[in-house]
Design a protein around this ligand. Structure first.
Ligand SMILES: Cc1ncc(COP(=O)(O)O)c(C=O)c1O
Length: 450
């Protein structure tokens, strides 16, 4: 049996996470990885790839960062998970709260899904309401029923459960006003990512390539996020920012700092501890303390409470990461590298004659790319071709997650690989993408049938 067959016979989906699955990659992608260091990963045959997947965006400093690993190992030597709260957990709690002065309490967990679901539970407990609203354009908040029930993969989820989750449109405040009007007194919270590949500014944004363009923007304090917050306040709903992707990338203090906004609750995960399993729900005391045990007579909320949630290696890694972010201006590096990557890829694309079909865009700290066919339609077949050809050049780019370990040599390597890939892309625009694909096109994660 080959690697893929062995994986699929042992693990449903062939990998822990659907976005790690075979159907998300061209057939020439490494089917299994052995290790990572810095910006690189190695497959089972020892073949090296420059990586932009970065552990599903969890790695921000580079794989196997020596100082972070040493901090985690020091905690392992102390026992890793003790019978009561540890000194390391307290240090991590006080450290994360020092980043977000508007918040006074934090509850840690091992995955982002746990903290977003905990935010929903707290919001329901706080408001006594049932419904949740999220933007239709944002692809993922948790693997739990309240969200997955709203996707095409709703099998196994009772209809009454998914009926409680409502969708509005990002950057369209009217669509959220409509939800509040249609469900009076029902919406417990509004949860959204502050930004994705688009910014929350009502005016079209001239430049998302540098953090300062947002920090000095006239719309900074009146943008969509502020409109959502005002609406939540007006209707008594809890305002939740999910910073799973934006946190520790837009800024050490979150995208909320860039957009000058303070939520009631916020969730973090990826990027907190350079790949060690850690997520956090931070928030205002009046909501978070519903999960506490010190208010005599108060009805109790069973907030996150798990065996492995106190793992000290992850806290040690997080504490060290924060020091490194402060010492080495990590997010500035991400913004600078990403801006050069976006500009470089677009220059290469123009030179290859694919400028209208392959486009790099998004924020400097979080670039995206879009692949279009010859009619200008977004195309998964062309996305597959791009990935396939980059892999031939030793670059794995399922999406673009940057790290401190991506530097000048990596940028040059990427642009060289892109030059070759886009030469093939240009040919495929002329003579058909099927002629150049060596296997099936990648498929959307959220599809009803295999
Ligand atoms: C915006 C967002 N929220 C929540 C999650 C869930 O995090 P996790 O995969 O750690 O459960 C993800 C994961 O991709 C995410 O992108």
């Amino acid at each position: 049996m080959n690697w893929s067959d062995r994986l699929h016979s042992a693990i449903p989906g062939g990998a822990h996470t659907y976005s790690r699955g075979d159907d998300q990659y061209p057939v020439n992608a490494p089917p299994i990885l052995a290790r990572g260091k810095g910006a690189y990963v190695w497959d089972a045959d020892g073949k090296k790839f420059l990586d932009y997947g970065m552990g599903l965006r969890a790695i921000t400093l580079g794989y196997a960062h020596d100082a972070v690993n040493a901090a985690a190992i020091a905690e392992i030597e102390k026992g890793n998970n003790l019978t009561r709260a540890s000194l390391t957990e307290l240090e991590a709690a006080e450290k994360i709260l020092s980043l977000f002065p508007w918040a006074s309490m934090v509850k840690f967990a091992k995955n982002g899904s746990i903290v977003t679901t905990a935010a929903v539970k707290l919001a329901r407990a706080y408001t006594g309401r049932t419904h949740v609203a999220v933007p239709a354009e944002q692809p993922f908040f948790t693997y739990d029923d309240w969200f997955i029930g709203t996707t095409a993969m709703d099998k196994g989820i009772p209809a009454e459960n998914k009926a409680l989750s409502l969708k509005f449109n990002y950057n369209d405040i009217g669509s959220l006003e409509k939800l509040f009007a249609e469900h009076p007194g029902k919406i417990a919270c509004v949860m959204l990512e502050p930004a994705t590949s688009v910014s929350p500014c009502s005016a079209s944004c001239a430049s998302m390539l540098t953090p300062n363009s947002c920090a000095t923007c006239a719309n900074r304090s009146t943008n969509f996020l502020h409109q959502v917050k005002a609406l939540c306040k007006q209707h008594g709903a809890v305002f939740v920012l999910d910073e799973m992707i934006t946190g520790f990338r837009w800024d050490l203090h979150g995208a909320m700092k860039v957009y000058d906004i303070e939520p009631d609750l916020a969730t973090f995960g990826k990027g907190m501890a350079n790949g060690f399993a850690l997520a956090a729900l931070v928030g205002k005391k009046e909501i978070m303390d519903l999960g506490g045990i010190r208010t005599p007579g108060a009805e109790r909320v069973f907030l996150i409470s798990t065996t492995h949630g106190s793992e000290m290696s992850a806290f040690g890694a997080f504490n060290k990461c924060i020091d490194i972010y402060r010492e080495q201006a990590v997010t500035d590096h991400l913004w600078n590298y990403g801006r050069r990557l976006i500009e470089g890829l677009n220059d290469v694309s123009k030179a290859a004659g694919t400028g209208d079909h392959f486009l790099a865009h998004g924020f400097g700290c979080s670039p995206y790319y879009t692949t279009k066919d010859k009619d200008g339609q977004v195309s998964l077949a062309f996305r597959t071709l791009w990935s396939q050809e980059l892999i031939k050049g030793g670059v794995l780019m399922p999406w673009v997650a940057l790290s401190l370990a991506h530097s000048d040599a990596e940028l040059e390597h990427t642009l060289n690989a892109a030059r070759n890939a886009l030469a093939v892309y240009a040919k495929a625009l002329n003579d058909g993408v099927e002629k150049h694909l060596v296997g099936p096109a990648i498929k959307p994660v959220f599809r009803k049938h295999n």
